[in-house]
Write a new protein. Structure first.
Length: 109
């Protein structure tokens, strides 16, 4: 399966599967777990440094470029595709704080 990483909003763990959520709200299911997916993505990202995918807790890998708002208190990340489609992801408070700090560091560069 080949997926344009720029079109991916987030990856979601689903047992031994990974759901890939795209900008157009299409959801693809991949027959590998999120840990293995993270390893594969690390290899892809090393070839494309503009791609900013980051692990957000146990269940998600999120495209930092798609984040619109992080609400730490509600443990919610709001994302949007380039086409304006909106997405909402529940994460742990620690993951939300970590994302917020990472974005702050990224914008400083």
């Amino acid at each position: 399966m080949s997926v344009d990483l720029d079109k991916v909003v987030y990856f979601l763990a689903d047992g031994n599967f990974t759901r890939i959520v795209l900008e157009n709200k299409m959801i693809l299911t991949c027959g590998i777990g999120l840990i293995k997916m993270e390893e594969i993505l690390a290899q892809q990202i090393s070839r494309n440094p503009d791609c900013l995918l980051v692990r957000a807790g146990k269940s998600h890998i999120i495209n930092l470029q798609k984040i619109v708002l992080i609400n730490v208190l509600k443990q919610q990340v709001l994302l949007a595709g380039d086409n304006g489609q909106a997405f909402s992801v529940k994460v742990s408070r620690e993951a939300a704080k970590g994302l917020k700090q990472l974005i702050a560091k990224t914008k400083l560069k």
